[in-house]
Design a protein around this ligand. Sequence first.
Ligand code: SF4
Length: 150
Amino acid sequence: MRLLRSTDLALRVLMRLAVAAATDNPTTKQVSADMDVPYTHAAKIVAELQRLGLVDARRGRGGGLSLTERGRAASVGTVVRAFEGDDDVVECEGANPCPLRSGCRLRGALRTAQEAFFAALDPLTVADMVADPTGPLLLGIPRTRAAAGD
Ligand code: SF4
């Protein structure tokens, strides 16, 4: 199973914010540059993470992005489900619907496998993702000097 690019980018943004110092909250521009996420994608992802209550964004001097408590404790499985949506891993319906769709055993098995994939990510929290060695690696990435205030 392959994750949507937006799901992976959302997890990257969350990891970057998970290692941000409380007094040094990065802007969306800084996060996008640090994590090699195109700015337009990063802006949309940050908006969705805000909507989910995982990220707080403050404008102006001393502002920036920060993880909420809920965001730090969020399970990776929940984040992945939120970004992946409810789509099946194969397109049974759509423009060219499969003739077996009304009674396909494989379809049910694939749904079970998909849920098992998400469930395997449930025990891991956003905070867990930046435990050693990932956190130190993130802290070692040269910080961008991108302008604040986006
Ligand atoms: S064979 Fe089954 S799982 Fe595959 S597209 Fe058709 S209905 Fe869906």
